[in-house]
Design a protein around this ligand. Sequence first.
Ligand code: ADP
Ligand code: MG
Length: 693
Amino acid sequence: MHIPEMFGENVFNLQVMQAKLPKDVFKSLKKTIDEDRPLDASIANIVANAMKDWAVEKGATHFTHWFQPMTGITAEKHDSFISPTGDGRVIMEFSGKELVLGETDASSFPSGGVRAIFEARGYTAWDPTSYAFIKDGTLCIPTVFLSYSGEVLDKKTPLLKSMRALNEQSLRILRLFGNTTAKRVYPTVGAEQEYFLIDRKMFDARKDLVFTGRTLFGAKPPKGQELEDHYFGPIKTRVSAFMKDLDIELWKLGILSKTKHNEVAPGQHELAPIFTITNIASDQNQLMMETMKKVAFKHGLYCLLHEKPFEGINGSGKHNNWSLCTDTGVNLLDPGSTPAENGQFMLFLSAVIKAVDEYQDLLRLTVASAGNDHRLGANEAPPAILSVYLGEELSEVVDALEQNKKYAGKGKQTMKLGVDTLPELPKDTTDRNRTSPFAFTGNKFEFRMLGSTFSIAGPNIILNTIVADALREFADELEGAEDFNAALHDLVVRTIRAHKRILFNGNNYSEEWAQEAERRGLLNLKNAAEALPHFDARKNVELFERNHVFTEREVRSRMEIMLENYSKAITIEALTMIEMGRRDIYPAVNDYIADLCRVVERKKALHIESPSAQVLAERLSATNEAMYAKAGELEKLVAEGKDIHGAEVQARFFADKVLPVMNAMRACADEMEVHTAKKYWPFPTYGDILFSV
Ligand code: ADP
Ligand code: MG
């Protein structure tokens, strides 16, 4: 196996383009990609034909526009390349028009009211900045997805728009620092992905996993993650075979899969790719999740991507490592070692601090979902409160600047930005604060609140937009400054003073932090139903419009979709619980009770007492009846919730009224599980599932 050759073999990347396209066509296409220019329509046919030839050579028979509607996953509709010749034969054909534009019936994708029913048509348009690739014999063309009236129906379009805004504002800042060479600034992302692997037989035997992706019942096993012996532990043979296969599939797709290890919980693992431009990182993360599921299937495994598959066991998240990079290869969040670099770094850093503080609500709601509600604030993932961790060294610098006092590590002087150099900051502080939701890690920020199933597009749209907006404000102020260095210093100090409440280096899991955060006036939006309605706050709508990322209508529609998804997810969970409770658990426990009663009676005839069996039968019977009653209660509530008008009120109803009854029903079942003879219990237990691989 020759990895460098295999890497990207299923991708129509720059190298392939250069080899397969006429020189001038390649140059024109490259310009489109590098400089975010509109595509020269005259080259579309040539590119399409070259793509088709390449794909057919690799065994592809179909093509599809591959897009990311608001469902959170990707969508595709396959068309074959065949075209009749008129004499009963076919040739393989693919036109520029088919490459660039696709028409699709959009009526069944979520639109949150943006697309009226009569306007069912939507279209997909090629995104040449993300490479086409072959998957299962189909040429996949990454595309945006819009309604015919131009409204955005997907996650890629606003991501590209947010990157554009960030590029524009970052360049203004760079010019102020005398940088005339950089032509583009890209946000870069490395998304670390957590997941569980379980045996497929276990998965198939649990309706809750099949329908909802998480277990809705299940008592704690005798051994969970207490010993922490799974974290970074040796990888089991079956898992290792899966990971090897997965790496190969990802490499073929040009995905830089780099690090893999066991996570804290039994059966939990992590995969981290090397970072890349955000748009590509986002497409690749989708592809990565899909590939994980597929490869797991081949190995008789099931890959669980849900945020909280098992109660009482750590859930899965996604860490969004984010930075800014110029087309000349400079990381703008790297502190640097000259005075000018340092001033620039401090300015970008201040922009991020300001952005996170002013838009805590947006960052919080962009990671809000029914699944992620089980993690955030549950002392295994960051809390629901946003804060920024800078680490000890950088915090000292920031404090010294803010209070105009001497920096301890620098001897006697105070520091003037743009004039003095910053002290060396260690790249990788080993005692990084793992509890922080938003941590500076040497030359990038790590946003740690994402759930494992999330498309990273959503959070990055927000991140890019809020930082772009802070940079816009900075550029507006500094462009008119008489003494640039003095103005820079003043701006940074002022920004830190105004937003230092968002800085926190301590333990984010502690109760004291929740209280302290409240004193500081930070938001603590406990669940998705509480967080999501902040989306269309006036200041947020203005932010998106100012940066040309969303219109007000698009903000509203997105909010509606997210709220509806929340209510729908809980509805499906509740209905699954009712079904499992009534049809599986209730009869199974009754069978066992009947068995116990027979024992009691037969023994009584022989004058043998069996107090345990008697008590157990009584207790199980009472709990089983209680559980059955809860199922009835739940059924009524779900029906009531379904009829509620208004996505926000409905979501709150599900959070406040439905979830507590689900928890109560589960408590009954879990209690019965540990007292019911194993052979009666209708599905695999946590112990069976978690240690199944
Ligand atoms: P960990 O958080 O597990 O200690 P690392 O620090 O090694 O991991 O990096 C985590 C992720 O951050 C990787 O995906 C890596 O590619 C990514 N990363 C590193 N540098 C950057 C950058 N400049 N921009 C975005 N992501 C980056
Ligand atoms: Mg990490």
